[in-house]
Design a protein around this ligand. Structure first.
Ligand SMILES: Nc1nc2c(c(=O)[nH]1)N[C@H]1C(S)=C(S)[C@@H](COP(=O)(O)O)O[C@H]1N2
Ligand SMILES: [Mo]
Length: 170
């Protein structure tokens, strides 16, 4: 009798433990960066390259601060991780000197035009993929990524581009 009770307790404990472990693993995967998230670079509308998260990260991640201002809320300063947008083009030997602008487009049809002067500044226009060390998430899960174009020196975030999927140099 005593043995049966002990056995039942052990089995129940195992079930609880295994369930907790599986849930933890699922969460861990969700928290992970979307490795296959693609970002396209274009030159006057012509596709030059399709990058994934690994390739973006290989360009040399930088940490920077920027003020997120959501409508109806106070601006909050966050630390982001990403790469300079100009470094992505440099990697593919596309010179930005003498060009006029870069258009960043998002999955929801939103687009932002960036003056080249701004893009060429140090520590300003980034393609970010983490905020406070966490992946940005995507449109489906209520996030702002996997990639978000962020203008670090802007006091507000209305010219940033969430869910960014491509950058086209003009
Ligand atoms: N892709 C995309 N990016 C976008 C927008 C949008 O609708 N789609 N809205 C802009 C506006 S108007 C604001 S104020 C900021 C901040 O939005 P958030 O608070 O949802 O981050 O994102 C900007 N970037
Ligand atoms: Mo806005």
């Amino acid at each position: 009798m005593k043995f049966k009770i002990t056995l039942t307790i052990i089995i129940l404990a195992l079930i609880v433990g295994i369930t907790a472990f599986i849930n933890f693993k699922t969460l861990e995967v969700k928290k992970d960066l979307e490795e296959n998230a693609q970002f396209v670079i274009k030159d006057n509308g012509e596709e030059i390259a399709v990058l994934d998260m690994k390739e973006i990260q290989s360009l040399g991640p930088k940490e920077f601060k920027a003020n997120l201002k959501s409508s109806g809320k106070e601006a909050i300063t966050y630390t982001y991780t990403g790469v300079l947008l100009k470094d992505i083009f440099e990697r593919y030997n596309i010179s930005l000197i003498g060009r006029s602008s870069i258009i960043v487009r998002a999955i929801d049809g939103y687009s932002v035009a960036l003056d080249m002067d701004k893009v060429l500044e140090d520590d300003n226009v980034y393609l970010a993929y983490m905020r406070e060390g966490e992946a940005l998430g995507n449109r489906e899960d209520g996030g702002r990524g996997p990639y978000q174009m962020i203008i670090s020196k802007d006091p507000f975030s209305q010219y940033w581009c969430k869910f960014a999927i491509e950058a086209d140099v003009k």
